[in-house]
Design a protein. Structure first.
Length: 82
């Protein structure tokens, strides 16, 4: 393999590939919708999980819906009382 082929394979082609990836990621598309910014109103329906349950407009769960409290079956835990 000649030195020109070596330089082409191991230097030029990787640089061109990296420049192509940079160009594809750096250039923003013109037809994109505006991104959501923190603090903006969310115009969509609530998802399966939401960090602010009061923001859904749904009623609070009742005591019957919550269920019974868990019973402790073993000692230990985060306190380290084994």
């Amino acid at each position: 393999m000649s030195p020109i082929e070596t330089i082409l394979i191991y230097a030029v082609i990787p640089v061109v590939a990296l420049l192509l990836l940079f160009a594809l990621t750096a250039v923003r598309g013109k037809g994109r919708a505006a991104s959501y910014r923190a603090g903006d109103d969310w115009p969509h329906e609530p998802l399966w999980w939401i960090g602010n349950p009061k923001g859904t407009g749904l009623p609070e769960p009742t005591v019957e819906a919550v269920g019974a409290t868990a019973t402790r079956t073993a000692r230990g835990g985060a306190r380290g009382t084994w």
